[in-house]
Design a protein around this ligand. Structure first.
Ligand code: AHR
Length: 497
């Protein structure tokens, strides 16, 4: 028996809903087909957005969506994607699969998608191949209410009211596909570009995100924080967020392995690599603390998730992969880590929403399937806007000879109605565990729960879409107190009232 200790009296921070954010890039079948099919499609849509996908994402409570990239962002020129569709520039998506990009999904379509989803908007600007003027005019087009060349252009395109832009990223991976810069050079460019991201509307304060490190590149964090965070001059200096990208790549980048065909060693290797996220957050936070002790700058993990070899027979540039219980565990482990670090991590965006990498939804023509990762996000949405509670779980070390992991991970929050939500992952692919929940100084009136569990390589297909889905969790409240049995390969959500 393992004990989970919860101290409801010790609240440790607010869990931003954005910790469960998403990312959509002009990559493969994410935007086109996955989200946007156009108004004339036979696939049911509202203003071109797939009804089935939008409904599923709303049900999951998607809090924020990042767009248009990714690497695509630093090659994207937003003026190509506005105005009458027949006049929009056609181009080749050189980064992703060399396919035709007809720009039929642009700024106004993205804001329409965000409106339908009822989520926050995160736009990523172009530093690598774009100009300060281009970025500044994009913000003007989006958010300026009054009379101005860009606001007039938006109005002429049929959008009288200014949009709300919640987050704006100043470049993406500028250490790589976004211009191959060094941190000193990017840091100085960031200071310049961000100057012109104006807050035109007092009710729309844009959260500016500076491009952060690739995984363990701590020097990048140090240099850009030193260059761009100036606490004395402004309340938040020049930035409110610093991004971090870290993907779970089994083996190595050249032999990532299959998404669906793997053994127990691969299972533990993948989970161990996922747990590395906590090390990264701790170390980047320690560096950020040197400049920003008060945690004014959020660490935005705006790309994370599994990255395997593409599904056989698909375009290698489309990064399409299936999604099994292993991905469900990767999602649960990461989301628990983000909760535990909610004092510094203010947003995280899994890559990517539909049909690319660790997606919550896959589509094939008119068919749609929810992946195991989808169900994990749906269970975890109970934490959105909650207060993190002090908690600790007893664990033992398990794994393969090479890769050791703890058997259990968890996080606990309390919502505004006083309900306690505990999410626990069982990382073992063979063993079940009993967990006894010990609540300090609190009465338990009612308990319920849900569980996602199956064989480690189980997944949903278009033919069998309900192979993996959440079910009710059996909870015991006998003489031992509150106890749950957590089967191998599972993620659970306990609700304690
Ligand atoms: O998500 C796929 C790609 O991974 C993104 O375009 C890029 O930012 C990262 O390298």
């Amino acid at each position: 028996m393992f004990k989970l200790f919860i101290n409801p009296k010790n609240k440790k921070g607010h869990i931003n809903p954005e910790l469960q954010g998403h990312f959509s890039e002009h990559l493969g079948r994410c935007i086109y087909e996955g989200l946007f099919v156009g108004e004339n499609s036979d696939i049911p849509n509202v203003n071109g957005m797939r009804k089935d996908v939008v409904e599923a994402l709303k049900e999951m409570k998607i809090p924020v969506l990042r767009w248009p990239g990714g690497c695509f962002a630093d090659e994207y020129h937003w003026k190509d994607g506005i105005g009458p569709k027949e006049g929009r520039k056609k181009m080749i998506n050189t980064h992703w699969g060399g396919v035709l990009e007809d720009n039929s999904f642009g700024t106004d379509e993205f804001m329409e998608l965000v409106r339908q989803l009822g989520c926050k908007s995160y736009i990523n600007g172009n530093v690598g191949s774009g100009t300060v003027q281009e970025m500044s005019e994009w913000v003007e087009y989006l958010t300026f209410e009054g009379v101005s060349p860009m606001a007039d252009m938006r109005k002429a395109n049929g959008h009288e009211d200014a949009y709300k832009v919640d987050y704006f990223g100043v470049g993406n991976e500028n250490w790589g596909c976004g211009g191959n810069m060094n941190p000193e050079y990017y840091g100085n460019l960031y200071r310049r570009y961000q100057t012109y991201i104006r807050n035109y509307n007092p009710e729309n304060k844009i959260t500016k995100i500076c491009c952060g490190a690739n995984a363990g590149d701590f020097e990048w964090t140090d240099v850009v924080m030193k260059t761009c965070f100036k606490n004395a001059e402004h309340s938040h200096g020049f930035m409110e967020g610093l991004s971090l990208h870290y993907y779970t790549v089994p083996n190595d980048w050249t032999h990532k392995g299959s998404a669906t065909k793997f053994n127990e060693d691969d299972w533990y290797n993948t989970l161990k690599k996922t747990l590395f996220m906590e090390y990264l957050i701790n170390h980047h936070t320690a560096i950020m603390d040197k400049y920003d002790k008060e945690h004014k700058v959020g660490l935005m993990v705006d790309e994370w998730g599994t990255w395997y070899d593409v599904e056989e027979g698909t375009n290698p540039g489309f990064l399409y992969q299936q999604n099994t219980m292993r991905d469900a565990l990767v999602a649960g482990i990461n989301l628990n880590i983000f909760n535990k670090h909610c004092d510094r991590v203010k947003m995280a965006n899994i890559a990517q929403l539909v049909n690319v990498l660790q997606s919550v939804i896959l589509t094939e023509g008119a068919k749609m399937v929810k992946t195991p990762t989808y169900y994990v996000f749906k269970m975890f949405n109970a934490h959105q806007d909650g207060e993190l509670l002090d908690s600790f779980i007893e664990t033992e070390e398990i794994g393969s000879e090479k890769d050791k992991v703890p058997n259990l991970t968890e996080s606990v929050s309390v919502d505004k109605d006083g309900k306690i939500h505990a999410t626990i992952c069982n990382l073992s692919c063979t063993d079940a565990y009993d967990v006894n929940v010990v609540l300090a100084d609190a009465q338990v009136k009612a308990v319920s729960g849900e569980i996602l569990t199956n064989k480690m390589d189980a997944y949903n297909t278009f033919e069998a879409p309900d192979t993996v889905k959440t079910e009710e969790l059996a909870v015991n409240t006998g003489t031992d107190g509150l106890t749950v049995n957590i089967p191998a390969c599972s993620v659970i959500h306990l609700i304690i009232e």
